[in-house]
Ligand binder design. Structure first.
Ligand code: SF4
Length: 753
C-alpha cells in the first residue's frame, strides 16, 4: 500500500488529494490534510476520481470509425496514420481555414492541453479557434484587458480578509470558486461571518450560497449591469469615491461619471426588481467598509451585458477604495507569472472576424456560438475538419440541435477525449488522454486566479498503460501532422524547440530576472526533463519566486515542488498594482471607450419591465461538472438534478405540478423536463442546469444514460450573443413553458435525436 499526494484537476479549487494505492489499484481517494491550500477539504467530485480512473466506459485506446458508423479499436500508429491520410489532402485542397479547433473547459485544467493545444493551433494555421471561454468567462477577461491591460489581470476577491463580500451571479458553495480559486468556500464564507462580516448574494435563484448568506437579493436575469451601474452612480453622486491605492493609477473618472449619469437607483429599480433605497444603502456599505470585495461570475458573464457587468464589478471595487487592498480585489502573483509594468499593448481583439456572421475574434478565439454555422454554411474557408480537445460542444454550445447536425457534415473530426460522448460520437478518430491519475498536474492557469499564492506539482500517481503516449505527445504528434511532417514526425525535436523558445523569451525580456543570460546555459539546466515538466521548470525558475536558474539558490524550481508534495505556500495576496498593470497608458482605465460603447444598449434596458414572459437561467450542482461527470455512480446517485425549477406562482399560472413534466420551448427548440416547484427561484424565472441530455444514440456513457436529463442548450439561441465579447447568452433566455402535453416545435426532435 502507498499514498500518492496530488492535486484534484476537476474544478478550479485545486484541492489536495491523498490517493491510497495498492500497487496499480486505486483503493480510495481522501482529502490531503496537509495540503497548503485546501487543508483537508475536498468535495464529492474529488472522491469520484477513483471511479473516473476505473470507469469501464473511459476510452483507453484510439478508436477509428468504420463506414458503418461503429468505432473499432486501433493502435496509436494506425490512428495517427488515419488522421494524416485524411487531414493532409483536405488542407491542401481547401486551405488552412478549413480546419477548426474547439477547446473544452477541462483544457484549462491541464498544463499539457494549455501549452500544446496552442502548438497544434499554430501548426494548423487556422483562425477558426473556439473554446468554452465564450460560453463562460470571456467577458470578464475582455473587461480586465481593457481596464488593466491583460486578460489574466483579473482582481480576485480576497475572501480570507474581507468583511463584506458582495456576490453576483455566482454560487461558490457549488463551484468552490471560479475565477476565484478557493477550496473550501463554505468555511471561508463562514469565517467572514464569524469575524463580524457580511455576505450578500444577488441572484435570480436562492442558491446554496444565497441560503447561507446574510442577505439575498433577487434580481431579474440580465440586469446585473444595471444594478452595478446604479451602485457606481451612487458612489460617484454621493461623494463616496475613494480611490485609495488606485489614486495614482486611475484614469477616466470624469468620463465614467458622465457615463453613469442615467443609471440612478430610481432608474434601475423597475428593470432589476431591486429597491432603489436598498441599492443606495448597499453602495454606502461598500464605500464605508474598509475591507470589501465585489465578485461577479457566470450569471454576470453569460448574459446580454456580460462585459459591461464585468467591467462595472471592478469599477465599483476601484472607486470604493478596495482595489489592490487587503480584503478587496487583489491581483495574484503566480509562481509562473511574468512581470507587468508600462509599455503594454491594447487588447488583442477584432484582428479578424468570423466568416459567416463577421463577428470579431477575442484573444484569438471566435465566438463558440458561431461554430455550427462555420461548419454548415457552404463557401470558401468553410470548416471541414474539426479537432475537439476535452470538449463536448454538442452539449455545451447554444442550439445543440444545429451543431449536432453540423458535426455530421464534417469531412474529418478528431477528438482528444476520454469518453464517447454527445460530441465525440461524431468523431472519425478518438485519441484518449491518460487517466488523471496517470498524468502530471500543475494548475498553470488557475493559480493566476487563486485567493492565495500557492504552487503545487503532482507527478503521475500511476504509470500510463503500455504504449499510451502522454497527452502532450499526442498533441505534438497532431501538430506535426498538421505541419505536413507526417504521422511519424520528431516529437522530441519539436519539444526541444519549444523549450528553447521559452528560454529565449525569458532572457529577452528586460523585466525578467534572467534577462541577458546565455540561453544555452539555462537550457542545460533544464536537461533531463521533457515536455510539460521542462516547460514548467523553465517558467518556475524564471518566475517571480524562481531560483533564476541557480542565481537565487533559495528560489523555486520544479525540484523544489517535487520535494514538497503538499504544495508550497507563497503567502496571501499582496498589493502589486503598479507591477500588475499592463495597459498602454500604464493606468487603470476606468472608462475604456470600447466598454463605454456597451452603455447605449444598457440604457435602453432601463425601460424594460416584467411582461409575464419567462426567462431561463442555469444553475450548478456540487455533484456535477458541466457535461462530463454524469457517468460516475458516486456522483449520479441521489435526487434528480436536471429539473426545471419554477416559482409556485408561475406553476399555478401555467398549470405545472411538482414532479410533473414541463415542455420548455425557445426560438431554437424545445425539451421536456420534470418540474420542481420552489420559492428558491424568483417569479418570472425558470432554471434548468446545463450539460445534460445523455439519451442520444452512439454514446458510451452507460451510467449517464440511465438518468440522462435534458439538454438545456437545445433552448439556448446561437443568435443571442453579448456583442462585445461574442459570449453566448445562457442566462436570461426567453422561453415558453407549459405542461409537457403541449406539442413540441420543429427542431426539438433533431435536437434530442
Ligand atoms: S472542489 Fe474541485 S478541486 Fe476540490 S475536490 Fe471538488 S472537484 Fe476537486
Amino acid at each position: 500500500m502507498s499514498t500518492a499526494i496530488r492535486t484534484c484537476p476537476l474544478c478550479e479549487a485545486t484541492c489536495g488529494l491523498a490517493v491510497e494505492l495498492d500497487g496499480a489499484r486505486v483503493v480510495a481517494v481522501r482529502p490531503d490534510a496537509e495540503d497548503v491550500f485546501s487543508k483537508g477539504f475536498i468535495c464529492p467530485k474529488g472522491v469520484s476520481m477513483k471511479e473516473l480512473h476505473e470507469d469501464p466506459d473511459r476510452v483507453r485506446v484510439p478508436l477509428i470509425k468504420q463506414a458503418d458508423g461503429t468505432f473499432v479499436e486501433a493502435t496509436w500508429d494506425e490512428a495517427f496514420a488515419e488522421i494524416d491520410r485524411r487531414l493532409t489532402p483536405l488542407l491542401e485542397q481547401h486551405g488552412r481555414q478549413a480546419a477548426g479547433v474547439y477547446l473544452g473547459n477541462p483544457s484549462a485544467h491541464h498544463i499539457s492541453a494549455i501549452i500544446y493545444s496552442r502548438v497544434l493551433i499554430k501548426a494548423l494555421g487556422t483562425k477558426n479557434v473556439f473554446s468554452a471561454s465564450t460560453v463562460d468567462q470571456m467577458p470578464k477577461q475582455l473587461a480586465a484587458a481593457h481596464m488593466f491591460g491583460s486578460e489574466v489581470t483579473v482582481p480576485i476577491p480576497d475572501v480570507d480578509r474581507t468583511d463584506l463580500f458582495l456576490i453576483l451571479g455566482a454560487n461558490p458553495l457549488a463551484s468552490n470558486g471560479s475565477l476565484m480559486t478557493a477550496p473550501g468556500m463554505r468555511h471561508r464564507l463562514q469565517a467572514i461571518q464569524e469575524r463580524g462580516g457580511k455576505v450578500i448574494v444577488v441572484d435570480p435563484r436562492r442558491s446554496r450560497t444565497a441560503q447561507v448568506a446574510d442577505e439575498h437579493l433577487f434580481i431579474r436575469p440580465g440586469t446585473d449591469a444595471l444594478l452595478l451601474a446604479a451602485l457606481v452612480h451612487t458612489v460617484l453622486e454621493e461623494g463616496l469615491t475613494t480611490l485609495g491605492r488606485a489614486e495614482q493609477h486611475a484614469a477616466g473618472l470624469d468620463e465614467l461619471r458622465a457615463a453613469m449619469t442615467p443609471f440612478s437607483p430610481d432608474a434601475v429599480t423597475g428593470a432589476t426588481g431591486i429597491d432603489a433605497a436598498r441599492i443606495r444603502e448597499l453602495a454606502r456599505e461598500l464605500a464605508r467598509t474598509p475591507r470589501a470585495a465585489v465578485y461577479g461570475r457566470i450569471g454576470t458573464t453569460t448574459q446580454r451585458f456580460g462585459t459591461v457587468a464585468s467591467w462595472l464589478v471592478d469599477v465599483l471595487t476601484t472607486i470604493t477604495g478596495h482595489l489592490d487592498t487587503e480584503g478587496g480585489g487583489m491581483f495574484t502573483l503566480p509562481a509562473t507569472g511574468v512581470p507587468g509594468g508600462p509599455g503594454g499593448k491594447p487588447p488583442k481583439v477584432g484582428r479578424w472576424a468570423s466568416r459567416v456572421r463577421g463577428l470579431p475574434e477575442t484573444f484569438g478565439e471566435l465566438p463558440a456560438a458561431t461554430l455550427a454555422e462555420e461548419i454548415d454554411t457552404p463557401g470558401d474557408d468553410q470548416i471541414r475538419a474539426l479537432f475537439t480537445i476535452a470538449g463536448n460542444p454538442a452539449a455545451s454550445l447554444p442550439n445543440s440541435g444545429r451543431l449536432t447536425a453540423a458535426l455530421e457534415q464534417l469531412d474529418l473530426m478528431v477528438s482528444v477525449d476520454i469518453y464517447v460522448n454527445e460530441t465525440t460520437r461524431h468523431a472519425d478518430v478518438i485519441l484518449p488522454a491518460p487517466s488523471a491519475m496517470e498524468k502530471l498536474h500543475y494548475d498553470l492557469a488557475l493559480y493566476g486566479f487563486a485567493v492565495r499564492n500557492v504552487a503545487n506539482f503532482s507527478p503521475p500517481s500511476l504509470p500510463r498503460p503500455e504504449g499510451m503516449p502522454d497527452e502532450w505527445e499526442t498533441l505534438l504528434r497532431l501538430a506535426l501532422i498538421a505541419g505536413g511532417q507526417g504521422p511519424d514526425g520528431d516529437i522530441d525535436a519539436l519539444d526541444a524547440f519549444l523549450a528553447s523558445q521559452t528560454v529565449q523569451r525569458q532572457v529577452g525580456d528586460p523585466r525578467s530576472p534572467v534577462h541577458g543570460r546565455d540561453p544555452e546555459e539555462l537550457l542545460a539546466q533544464l536537461a533531463g526533463r521533457r515536455g510539460p515538466e521542462r516547460m514548467l521548470d523553465a517558467m518556475l525558475r524564471g518566475g517571480p519566486y524562481g531560483d533564476a536558474y541557480g542565481a537565487k539558490p533559495d528560489g523555486l524550481s520544479l525540484e523544489v515542488l517535487e520535494a514538497n508534495p503538499h504544495g508550497v505556500d507563497l503567502g496571501p495576496l499582496q498589493p502589486r498594482l503598479a507591477d500588475a498593470l499592463k495597459t498602454p497608458s500604464g493606468k487603470i482605465e476606468l472608462a475604456p471607450p470600447a466598454l463605454l460603447g456597451g452603455l447605449p444598449a444598457l440604457e435602453a434596458a432601463l425601460d424594460e419591465r416584467p411582461n409575464g414572459g419567462l426567462l431561463l437561467v442555469g444553475r450548478r450542482h456540487l455533484r456535477s461538472n458541466n457535461s462530463w461527470m454524469h457517468n460516475l455512480p458516486v456522483l449520479a446517485r441521489g435526487p434528480e438534478r436536471c429539473t426545471l425549477q419554477v416559482h409556485p406562482r408561475d406553476a399555478d399560472r401555467l398549470a405545472l405540478t411538482d414532479g410533473g413534466q414541463a415542455s420548455i420551448r425557445s426560438r431554437t427548440g424545445a425539451v421536456t423536463a420534470p418540474v420542481e416547484v420552489t420559492e428558491d427561484v424568483m417569479p418570472g424565472v425558470v432554471s434548468l442546469p446545463h450539460g445534460w441530455g445523455h439519451d442520444v444514440d452512439g454514446t458510451q456513457l452507460r451510467v449517464a444514460a440511465q438518468r440522462p436529463g435534458t439538454n438545456s442548450n437545445v433552448l439556448a439561441d446561437e443568435e443571442l450573443l453579448e456583442p462585445l465579447s461574442g459570449t453566448a447568452v445562457l442566462n436570461g433566455i426567453p422561453v415558453e413553458v407549459g405542461p409537457a402535453a403541449v406539442p413540441e416545435v420543429a427542431g426539438a426532435a433533431a435536437a434530442d435525436a
